[in-house]
Design a protein around this ligand. Structure first.
Ligand code: TXA
Ligand code: MG
Length: 317
């Protein structure tokens, strides 16, 4: 069921059921973080391996203290600046938090999402919510209630409809490794923004491979549509596949042709707009059932870096 009923959503969560929630990044598949059987349902419904830890969502920094041992100065600084927002911070977890959430790690990823409905819900339920992206594991992330309904609708109690996600790609994950602050996943907050706030260069950890991910869950093959995706020079990829039905996803140019349906991420050459449209474009492309989806690399700057990382992993099939 899809709707905007906060009362219903919170009663479902209190009863140990799953509810899809809107955030500014992507829709999440939420469960009570203090209910282990609800957490297990999340893994089951997504078909997600247990070694891939979940992000815990709280309504504010104060509530984060319920689940973490301490908040170092650097983390407090960026949290104060950027929460609510598209930033998850890895912090030392308290023992009360189930190891299912963190896949046995000592740190937990915490985030205050920036969506009015979900912030209201988080205040209403009074427990933190674990919420991975509300898509089957490895598939394209959802940026609308409809995307969730299409892929998981029958398996979950309720989809809280908060409209289209305004950022459109997942949160940036930042944490400490060997005493250094590092980016574990590029996302909605640019690395340069964090560098400016913290006054230091920050290393971006490389996406792992399928056997040995650099961060749990940073698998090489991810975000993948069910139809093959090739990334490169669109004109030459179209030429190579003459006669085939193709969907071409570009940054700003129009590649429409006889067998080519074009999807443009941002006619205004705006990387924020491109990020907002990114997963929607992949869902749309897939729904058109072409032989092949073609995309080009985004400019390697700002959010373009996160988009290119996603393109790299979506095309690994
Ligand atoms: O924007 C987002 O972050 C969305 C919305 C719903 O909040 N959530 C999201 O969750 O993208 P998910 O489960 O699709 O991705 C979470 C990733 C995991 O795959 C893992 O790589 C990383 O977060 N992660 C979580 N806890 C971690 C930890 N303790 N150490 C390292 N990585 C962690
Ligand atoms: Mg995900």
């Amino acid at each position: 069921m899809v709707g905007k009923d906060l009362e219903y959503a919170s009663s479902q969560l209190k009863n140990g059921n799953l509810v899809a929630i809107p955030t500014e990044t992507v829709y999440g598949l939420a469960a009570n973080a203090y209910d282990e059987s609800a957490i297990l349902k999340v893994f089951e419904v997504k078909n997600r391996p247990k070694f891939d830890p979940l992000i815990v969502h709280v309504p504010n920094l104060k509530k984060a203290q319920e689940v973490v041992k301490n908040i170092p100065e650097w983390a407090r600084l960026i949290a104060k600046e950027l929460w609510p927002g598209s930033l998850s911070i890895l912090l030392p977890k308290k023992d009360n938090l189930s190891p299912l959430i963190t896949s046995g790690l000592d740190t937990v990823a915490i985030r205050v999402p920036n969506h009015p409905l979900t912030l209201q819900l988080l205040r209403k339920v009074d427990f933190p919510l674990v919420a991975p992206s509300a898509n089957p594991f490895g598939h394209i992330s959802p940026t609308s209630a409809l995307h969730v309904e299409k892929n998981l609708g029958e398996k979950i109690s309720y989809i809280l409809d908060g409209g289209l996600c305004t950022v459109g790609i997942e949160s940036t994950i930042v944490g400490e490794e060997n005493g250094k602050i590092k980016i574990f996943r590029q996302g909605g907050i640019e690395t340069s923004k964090l560098e400016k706030l913290l006054g230091t260069k920050i290393e971006v950890l490389k996406s792992g491979n399928n056997k040995n991910p650099s961060a749990p869950g940073m698998l090489k093959s991810h975000y993948a549509p069910k139809i093959p995706l090739q990334v490169g020079n669109i004109t030459s990829l179209i030429e190579k596949n003459t006669g085939e039905k193709i969907v071409a996803i570009s940054f700003k140019d129009d590649y429409s042709g006889e067998n080519v349906k074009a999807i443009i991420l941002s006619k205004n050459k705006d990387l924020h707009e491109a990020a907002k449209n990114f997963f929607h474009a992949l869902h749309h492309a897939e729904s058109l059932c072409p032989k092949l989806i073609i995309a080009e690399w985004m400019p390697e700057e700002g959010l373009g870096k996160a988009l290119n990382d996603k393109l790299k992993r979506a095309s690994c099939n």
